[in-house]
Design a protein around this ligand. Structure first.
Ligand SMILES: [Mg+2]
Length: 371
């Protein structure tokens, strides 16, 4: 049961890994969306050879081993490519054992409450308020995340939409009512001074629960300053962070109060579990970043239903995004919850027609040399 063949199927938008063992088992994993065709190239050039010939028992350590072996090319693409491999191996292991990944992790395929996640910074204030109130009624969402700031503002402010934050937050609060939990994502927009001003002046008075990525994410001290200053709003972050040493620093300095690793950015489920454990040891909850309806949300659901320190909701996009129809069964919200797919492995299949349209790549074990 060594890994014998690793296939990739990719477009610019998204890509998948199909991992085959010598005895014929198959598992499927996914690369982080966007520039996934570049990730597939990196996969075959820098990742596949580390994995071919290895056994499925190596799964936990393999992702770290690859990231460390490729230390001249840290983070980003190597982690994205490794994430495709690692998630395929978890699927393979689940299918071999006839169990969903959540069960391999000690959990059960239950339903997970989700927050409806708006991806639109530019949307008109009234339109945002109206659609969230409608989705609350239609699908039973009990929490929503909205976007403030402007990620191109280089830590200053929302140059593109002056005054929008001040208008948006109370308008949404009024539209959805007091029983709905509100979350804010600033996408690295603010200086600490501005973030604290917004936190105290707009978020706390409108009972906003979480303030995500208030400052440029690489400025850990800035984020820690905001966390320290705001008593009534929980500061969250980490979706961009793929370096486990950086995660230890972030948690050690109390930069964030809830961690949001992305399974596909960081290098797969195995590395995400390490972040969740670091957070658990520090008494912090974890909600993986999952901003579209591809497999990244499936990975997040399995993880949240298994770990000891889940946050109260999984992230679930409310946009009709490009991943609609890609997976079966499709993820759907009922009474504000999404069921963890309960079939073996990740419990989902990718649309076969999509595979037919994608760019193909393959790396295989050389039987003669075993490499
Ligand atoms: Mg975010």
């Amino acid at each position: 049961m060594e890994l014998a063949k690793l296939e990739t199927f990719s477009t610019e938008r998204v890509g998948f890994v199909r991992a085959h063992t010598t005895d014929g088992d198959v598992g499927i994993g996914q690369f982080a969306p966007y520039n996934a065709d570049i990730t597939a190239t990196v996969f075959h050039r820098q990742v596949a050879d580390h994995a071919l010939g290895r056994t499925i028992e190596d799964i936990g350590a393999l992702a770290d081993e690859i990231v460390e072996a490729e230390y001249k090319y840290p983070w980003s693409y190597v982690c994205r490519a490794t994430g495709g491999l690692d998630t395929a191996l978890w699927d393979l292991r689940g299918k071999r054992q006839g169990e969903p990944v959540v069960s391999l992790l000690g959990g059960e395929p239950t339903s997970v409450p989700v927050y409806g996640s708006s991806m639109r910074q530019e949307i008109d204030v009234d339109a945002e308020a109206e659609r969230l109130a409608r989705l609350r009624d239609e699908s039973g969402f009990e929490a929503f995340k909205i976007r403030t700031g402007d990620w191109s503002s280089k830590g200053d402010d929302e140059d593109a939409w002056p005054g929008r934050t001040e208008e948006l937050v109370p308008a949404v609060r009024e539209a959805v009512g007091d029983d709905v939990t509100l979350l804010i994502d600033a996408n690295s927009s603010y200086t600490p001074e501005r973030a604290i001003e917004i936190g105290e002046g707009i978020l706390a008075p409108n009972d906003v629960a979480y303030f995500e990525e208030p400052c440029p994410y690489w400025e850990l001290e800035w984020t820690a300053e905001v966390t320290d200053a705001l008593d009534d709003v929980t500061v969250t972050g980490g979706e961009q962070d793929t370096d486990l040493a950086q995660w230890r620093r972030m948690i050690g300095m109390d930069a964030v109060e809830l961690v949001q690793p992305d399974v596909c950015y960081i290098g797969g489920l195995s590395r995400t579990l390490q972040v969740a454990e670091l957070a658990a040891d520090a008494g912090l909850p974890c909600i993986p970043h999952s901003a579209n309806r591809s497999m990244v949300t499936v990975f997040a659901l399995h993880l949240l239903a298994a770990i000891d320190n889940p946050g109260p909701y999984a992230e679930f996009t409310i946009e009709d995004d490009w991943a609609g129809g890609l997976l079966s069964p499709e993820l759907t919200v009922e009474d504000g919850e999404v069921a963890v797919p309960s079939g073996p492995g990740w419990g989902v299949e990718v649309d076969p027609d999509w595979f037919d349209r994608a760019e193909y790549g393959v790396s295989e074990l050389d039987e003669a040399t075993g490499a």
